[in-house]
Design a protein around this ligand. Structure first.
Ligand SMILES: CC(C)(COP(=O)(O)OP(=O)(O)OC[C@H]1O[C@@H](n2cnc3c(N)ncnc32)[C@H](O)[C@@H]1OP(=O)(O)O)[C@@H](O)C(=O)NCCC(=O)NCCS
Length: 179
């Protein structure tokens, strides 16, 4: 379950597949369509852009302990979004992060990419998927709730919520929508 073809709400055809090192070339065009606000929601700090060095790190992940999926628009080959999951030291939990082109928000891509990465974690045998989400990021928190994540305050960092989805006892309503 590493690749999947999906169709978004406006009919856009998208391939979700593992991110590859050569996708570094797609990042400048992708990031040109991501607002500073969305970068802050993803990285929790203000940044004007992402440096080539950081792009290099994002595309060179260790597949033994991490996965990143790219959403590629099939007609243009453009990178529309990336979701990633990094195992923690115990190799039992994975921590996700997701970023999409800002103009594509609300087209259903985030929902599909989250489902994709949750199914990957389930198939890998992880016990839970976790994430940190800024408290103001109501879209993401709402989506996490609908996907079955429990939402709680981060005990260490004010203004940040922790979200956790246990994978061993997935509610039927959630497992039935996973690929
Ligand atoms: C947060 C983010 C990933 C959401 O992605 P998105 O593509 O805009 O979200 P979607 O369109 O898939 O889903 C949004 C909505 O549809 C719901 N939804 C989508 N598909 C659905 C479906 N098939 N069935 C039911 N509900 C669905 C979601 O719960 C949500 O509800 P709303 O539109 O009523 O608010 C995206 O906005 C983003 O990249 N933001 C900036 C970075 C960020 O915040 N990252 C998260 C921190 S890790």
């Amino acid at each position: 379950m590493s690749e999947r073809h999906v169709v978004l709400r406006e009919g856009e055809r998208v391939l979700i597949r593992p991110l590859r090192p050569e996708d570094a070339a797609l990042y400048p065009d992708f990031l040109a369509d991501v607002t500073q606000d969305d970068l802050r929601l993803r990285f929790f700090s203000s940044m004007r852009t992402i440096s080539p060095k950081m792009i290099d790190q994002l595309v060179h992940y260790d597949p033994a302990v991490a996965i990143a999926f790219a959403a590629i628009e099939e007609t243009s080959g453009k990178l529309l979004g990336v979701v990633r999951l990094h195992d923690d030291a115990s190799a039992e939990h994975g921590e996700f992060a997701i970023l999409l082109r800002s103009h594509l928000k609300g087209h259903g891509l985030g929902w599909l990419m989250m489902q994709h990465v949750i199914a990957y974690a389930r198939d890998k045998g992880l016990t839970a998927v976790r994430g940190q989400v800024l408290a103001e990021n109501t879209t993401m928190l709402q989506m996490c709730s609908e996907l079955g994540f429990a939402v709680s305050d981060d005990p260490d960092e004010r203004g940040i919520k922790q979200v956790e989805l246990p994978l061993k006892a997935l509610p039927a309503a959630v497992s039935s929508i996973l690929p």
